[in-house]
Design a protein around this ligand. Structure first.
Ligand SMILES: CC(C)(COP(=O)(O)OP(=O)(O)OC[C@H]1O[C@@H](n2cnc3c(N)ncnc32)[C@H](O)[C@@H]1OP(=O)(O)O)[C@@H](O)C(=O)NCCC(=O)NCCS
Length: 503
């Protein structure tokens, strides 16, 4: 790419298409160009360089695998500056909110754009806490899971199931524009939309706690009155047969702060999933279930769990150098480090470190802390890590707090998903209220596969000359099959005899 300086600062890009010598003036707005303006750059197909599938005459495409530099929405919710380590919700720095706000107030801010007045907060709080109960048949659904199911599998399924219990909230039954009609200020549409927001935020801790209690083999608690959002969550998780359960105030406050920190993070993997799925105008329960599925992955919300597993594997501070050597040889990934956007310290990790000290003062110091701190120290001095701008992210410290608080490892992503419902809903609501309507998200691909081919009858097909392991399914083991079964014979519906190996 050649950079030529021009004197006058113009909000546009001058592009010369060297294939045609045509010059295009592309407007720049908010330091971005429209991908559809790039599509206006068209050329004749060159038979020696362009394939038919390149669709050269239909306009230039923008290739951006993994969304490395693509803005897919205009948003007013969260601002991240990865270079300077800034995170703000609706303009308020995350550190301020952690110090001065509470989770439900921050949730209102994220979804509706302003900090609530006293009376707005009171109504909001009551609506959310009023919607904490779940249908008893949904409790039954949890009981159909195997005792050792991962709680994220249960939570993902539970959100989807909740949708089946709310047919009045389903655009497939009530009309395609059930939610997007809200953009015009349609009262009925807004009411349905906000009610589902109350329900999802209210019920998320109840569903999460049910997944936890299933794993513990304990009966489910019913939501408690008079406790805070996180206080009620702790009650749902932990109450046994005592009366007037009160969580430890430091733990309740720490969980609330962690919920604020995890409430939103711009258009990350799960939020992009939420918007992708939301763009089909499906119901919000399916949207949130899709968000959960994306969050579950080890590169995203599963990282706090993996970070603790990694620290347990390292074992003690003296093993850190050997582990770092593996990282530098690219044999291992340092989980809890690195971020697609932050190329500086993750501001959430700074806020969390202070919290960790408060929690450890109550729970006792996490035994893995020394290993974690030694690892962070080594990583900060590692040329490999510095060159790639890899700093501790939120998941590096959050896992240590969850562990000190006694949560099982596989529950960490659930502790992330519950508050993140707020961020997902804020983005989904913003999408439904788009003044121009909701357009379905339909990316395109660069097709590099075969050109048109003629169908070959089975008897004329030949093995590929240089077939690799990727060209057909590999042979798989069948662990559940006994030797006795393999030796037995069976008859199929047509009366033919088979051995198990042929079935
Ligand atoms: C978060 C993450 C997925 C971001 O990925 P990304 O923006 O696509 O970054 P890349 O994978 O392109 O990484 C850039 C370089 O840093 C390296 N790198 C990134 N994260 C690394 C890590 N945690 N440990 C070791 N090396 C890492 C990559 O190998 C790559 O090296 P290369 O340029 O020599 O090939 C990635 O940093 C990661 O896997 N981190 C660990 C998981 C985690 O903590 N996730 C939670 C995020 S909140």
């Amino acid at each position: 790419m050649v950079i030529v300086s021009k004197s006058a600062a113009q909000q546009s890009l001058t592009v010369v298409d060297n294939r045609t010598n045509k010059v295009y003036e592309i407007p720049i707005k908010n330091n971005s160009v429209l991908a559809t303006d790039i599509k206006k750059i068209k050329a004749q197909r060159q038979l020696d360089t362009d394939r038919e599938e390149d669709e050269t005459e239909q306009g230039l495409r923008v290739f951006d695998p993994a969304y490395m530099n693509t803005a897919v929405v205009q948003s007013k919710i969260t601002y991240i500056n990865g270079q300077d380590g800034i995170l703000r919700y609706r303009g308020y720095p995350i550190q301020e909110l952690v110090k001065k706000s509470n989770f439900l107030e921050t949730a209102f801010l994220l979804i509706y754009g302003e900090l609530p007045t006293k009376s707005q907060y009171s109504t909001w709080h009551d609506e959310i806490m009023h919607h904490t109960f779940i249908h008893s048949d949904i409790e039954g659904m949890f009981k159909s899971f195997r005792y050792d199911s991962h709680p994220m599998s249960m939570l993902t399924a539970a959100f989807s199931t909740m949708g089946a219990f709310a047919p009045e909230a389903n655009p497939s039954l009530r009309g395609q524009k059930l939610y997007s009609n809200a953009a015009s200020g349609n009262r009925e549409s807004l009411e349905v939309l906000d009610k589902q927001i109350f329900r999802i935020i209210g019920k998320a801790p109840t569903l999460a706690a049910a997944s936890y209690r299933m794993r513990q083999g304990r009966p489910f608690n019913r939501p408690a009155q008079g406790l805070s959002y996180t206080g009620n969550f702790l009650y749902l998780l932990d109450n046994l047969s005592g009366h007037q359960y009160q969580p430890h105030p430091v733990l309740e406050k720490a969980l609330d702060a962690l919920f604020i920190i995890h409430a939103d993070h711009e258009v990350n993997c799960s939020t992009a999933t939420v918007l992708q799925v939301g763009s089909s105008l499906v119901d919000p329960y399916s949207v949130i279930a899709a968000g959960c599925a994306a969050l579950y992955g080890p590169s995203h919300g599963g990282a706090s769990e993996s970070a603790i597993r990694m620290l347990i594997e390292i074992g003690s501070p003296e093993n850190v150098p050997a582990f770092m050597e593996k990282v530098e040889k690219r044999e291992r990934v340092l989980v809890g480090f690195g971020h697609r956007v932050y190329k500086n310290v993750d501001p959430r990790s700074t806020a969390i470190r202070a919290l960790a000290e408060e929690v450890f003062a109550v729970t006792g110091r996490n035994k893995l802390l020394d290993t974690a701190l030694t690892l962070a120290e080594y990583a900060s001095k590692s040329e490999f890590m510095r060159k790639r701008n890899l700093y501790p992210n939120v998941d590096f410290y959050s896992g240590l707090i969850y562990q000190a608080m006694g949560f099982p490892l596989d529950f960490y992503p659930v502790l992330f998903a519950v508050p993140r419902c707020v961020g997902w809903l804020a983005h989904w609501r913003q999408q439904m209220l788009s003044p121009g309507g909701v357009k379905i998200w339909r990316p395109r691909q660069l097709y590099l596969g075969e050109g048109e081919r003629e169908y070959v009858p089975a008897e004329q097909r030949k093995e590929k000359s240089e077939a690799t392991v990727f060209d057909a399914p590999v042979e798989v083991g069948h662990g559940a099959d006994s030797k006795r079964n393999a030796l037995a014979t069976y008859k199929d519906e047509s009366g033919n005899t088979w051995t198990k190996s042929k079935l």
